[in-house]
Design a protein around this ligand. Structure first.
Ligand code: PGA
Length: 248
């Protein structure tokens, strides 16, 4: 069985001093080898965090985004997959709902980003999730199936993160039944798309906190968590990692 994976998504938060303090605190007391942890700081702090986690064998570096353009060149403001690989990044978030919403990332752009990750040997963490209106009108499975269809034909290691938009940063967590149902639906859909779902970890994200992490990650269909707000606190994030450890 694969280890659970817990990813800290710092989003656009922090400064150098905070990054140093947070990482030092997190790696001081982590479950030994039974949980995989990754930290996704803002781009300017990637090398600093890479350095800080270099002695922690189970902690990897993640990026929050990547350019759709693969080759170096005149793309002002972009960071390509080769640069992330050069910094020893392992994972890259692709299609986070905040990117879909604020940067209008289309299926075509997301597919280009996924391919860019794979060609550089990075593991994409592809995020899917429905809005509250989509949940309430009952079309949520169709929305997720459509978002997952972007993955068709990708044969490399992959992580999917199910993050209902209405649960992100709201404190409103999906119920265990809703999470389990959707994770099973994702596994079935990946099979329909001829992707081996047993080799794809499906994380849950959306208001994961120390007090709900254990029951969420205790679901057999959940292979870990993508943590936003609670990852900015050393104790809180450590408790979530330990909760993942207890579910193994
Ligand atoms: P949250 O964010 O934990 O603050 O809800 C999760 C995410 O957006 O990845």
């Amino acid at each position: 069985m694969m280890n659970k994976l817990v990813i800290a998504n710092w989003k656009m938060n922090g400064r150098q001093a905070m990054a140093t303090e947070l990482v030092a605190g997190i790696i001081r007391n982590l479950p030994e080898a039974s949980v995989d942890v990754a930290i996704a700081p803002p781009f300017p702090y990637l090398s600093q965090v890479a350095e800080a986690i270099s002695a922690a064998a189970t902690v990897s570096l993640a990026a929050q985004d990547v350019s759709r353009y693969v080759a170096d060149g005149a793309y002002t403001g972009e960071v390509n997959a080769g640069m992330l690989a050069d910094l020893a990044c392992k994972y890259v978030l692709v299609g986070h709902s905040e990117r879909r919403q604020y940067f209008a990332e289309s299926a075509e752009v997301l597919r280009a980003k996924l391919d860019a990750c794979v060609s550089a040997g990075l593991v994409p963490v592809y995020c899917v999730g429905e809005t509250l209106a989509e949940r309430e009108s009952g079309v949520y499975e169709a929305v997720i199936a459509e978002q997952l269809s972007v993955l068709k034909g990708i044969g490399a290691e992959l992580v999917v993160a199910y993050e209902p938009v209405w649960a992100i940063g709201t404190g409103r967590v999906a119920s265990l039944e809703q999470i389990d149902q959707m994770h099973q639906f994702i596994a079935q859909t990946l099979l329909q798309y001829e992707m081996a779902s047993d080799s794809i970890r499906v994380l849950y994200g959306g208001s994961v906190k120390p007090d709900n992490a254990r029951e969420i990650m205790g679901l057999a269909s959940v292979s870990g968590a993508l943590v936003g707000g609670a990852s900015l606190n050393v104790d809180g994030f450590q408790q979530i990692c330990w909760a993942a450890n207890k579910t193994v």
